[in-house]
Design a protein around this ligand. Structure first.
Ligand code: SF4
Length: 460
């Protein structure tokens, strides 16, 4: 028997963060917030709370529900807390990398949760190590803590501003001390971060779906380059860094964020439906039905169906109850990995011409398997429509992507990709079409589609 990782999607969000200030059930609400953000990281989770005197922490590998029990949540005392869900488990000891990280700094204990990726991490780490710093983790987040500890400034917000002036890349950060909560979004605003309110308590989260679950009200997005400090019952906002034109990740709308979330000022579901309508306009086709690859292709398929008038059908059903690994039989079953998650409905598909709508083609192998499953289930024609432009480059801003050479669109034409995945036709949304579907289209990063990176890793 072979144990295989089931979550072998090629693009993975790296993290989600949640924080709450001055609520008597801070840790329990953070647990629920992380539950809502589970799609942003499934490998590990952690919560740190404060009762005004000291910090309490619990973290572990696995899903939020695996990591937290009533017994360990009850030990997380206090009315302030921050939490984190994590995807990446690279490093010798992945448990050590699970956030929030907690360190002693000159004024006491400090906890930090980070969503994003620093582009000058290797260079900064080398510099700090040359000066004698000893790192406990392999995470780039720890670099920020070392820079804060070294800062000669007076207050913690000043030290954070000083530290982050040396850092480049994508970061949404939540800091917790015994008496304060601090939220920071980098000056490009790559990842979403927003503030809400629950019974007079402030809440902060990567996506608004976390507010909905706990009954909090969305307030506003934290602006690119903004630091918000909650301390002694007061809240203060500042913009301590050089401002840049925003570079919000457009892939959050296409795939990463939950469709019931509001990010970058817009509802994700509505944007995805608009992508589907635009896709139908750009790549019309005669067919019997529009079938999404669930779940992320559903909203775009509804939009495609609306615009084209071709009926929408859930011709593929996703199994939501599979774990993160599975044991593969020794006698290989064709497309076993895809089949365990996705099952086409033969009675719906038999003899039909199908438009299969998905959000991306990364390596091409998964799309190839799904097209083959549809054909084996009786589909007469399979026309693939992708609600994003071809992915031609990696992401350096907090999304785990394959290398450029593994991205099929970086080396093959659309026609060749169509042939590779075995479709009757293939159409990608244009970049111009994509940007027509979001408001403030000049505030988005599209680097993995057009190669226009505002920041490149400074250390290779
Ligand atoms: S490179 Fe792509 S995935 Fe990364 S931030 Fe830009 S749009 Fe998002």
């Amino acid at each position: 028997m072979l144990l295989k990782n089931l979550w072998n999607k090629s693009l993975k969000e790296e993290c989600g963060v949640f924080g709450i200030y001055e609520h008597p059930e801070a840790a329990h609400l953070t647990y629920l917030g992380l539950y809502a953000l589970q799609h942003r990281g499934q490998e590990g989770a952690g919560i740190v709370s404060s009762n005004g005197q000291k910090l309490f922490e619990h973290r572990g590998m696995g899903l939020v529900n695996d990591v937290f029990r009533e017994s360990n949540l009850n030990l997380l005392q206090g009315n302030k807390s921050i939490g984190h869900v994590r995807y990446s488990t690279q490093g010798a000891d992945p448990l050590k990398d699970i956030q929030p990280l907690v360190v002693h700094y000159p004024s006491g204990l400090l906890a930090l949760a980070h969503n994003g990726n620093l582009t000058n991490a290797v260079a900064l780490r080398r510099e700090l190590e040359a000066l004698g710093a000893i790192f406990q983790t392999t995470s780039d987040t720890e670099i920020i803590l070392h820079l804060i500890a070294k800062s000669q400034k007076t207050t913690l917000p000043q030290k954070i501003a000083d530290a982050l002036s040396k850092v480049e890349g994508a970061y949404c950060l939540l800091f917790l001390t015994k008496d304060s909560l601090i939220a920071v979004r980098d000056s490009y605003g790559f990842r979403p971060l927003m503030i809400g309110e629950l019974s007079g308590a402030a809440v902060v989260a990567s996506e608004s779906c976390a507010f909905d679950l706990i009954g909090a009200t969305y307030g506003r997005d934290i602006q690119p380059g903004e630091m918000v400090v909650w301390k002694e019952g007061k809240v203060e906002s500042s913009f301590p860094w050089v401002q840049h034109p925003p570079q919000q990740c457009v892939f959050e709308h296409i795939y990463f964020a939950r469709p019931d979330s509001r990010i970058f000022g817009e509802n994700v579901y509505e944007v995805r439906k608009a992508l589907g309508r635009q896709l139908a306009f750009e790549h019309p086709i005669q067919a019997d039905m529009v079938v999404p690859v669930p779940d992320s292709g559903v909203a775009a398929a509804i939009g495609f169906s609306e615009y084209s008038g071709i009926p929408f059908q859930m011709g593929i059903i996703r199994n939501h109850y599979v774990g993160r690994t599975f044991i593969e039989p020794e006698q290989a079953i064709r497309h076993f990995g895809v089949k365990i998650k996705l099952n086409p409905i033969r009675d719906v598909l038999k003899g039909k011409s199908v438009v299969m709508v998905d959000d991306s083609i990364v390596r091409g192998t998964t799309s190839q398997k799904i097209v083959q499953l549809l054909r084996q289930s009786g589909a007469r024609e399979v026309h693939v429509r992708i609600s994003a432009p071809p992915t031609i480059g990696p992401c350096f801003y907090g999304i785990d992507t394959p290398t450029q050479s593994e991205l099929i669109a970086s080396k093959k034409s659309t026609q060749d990709i169509c042939q590779f995945i075995g479709a009757d036709s293939l159409g990608y949304l244009s970049l111009e079409g994509l940007l027509q579907c979001v408001r403030k289209s000049n505030q988005y990063c599209t680097a993995c589609f057009d190669g226009k990176y505002v920041l490149l890793p400074s250390d290779g």
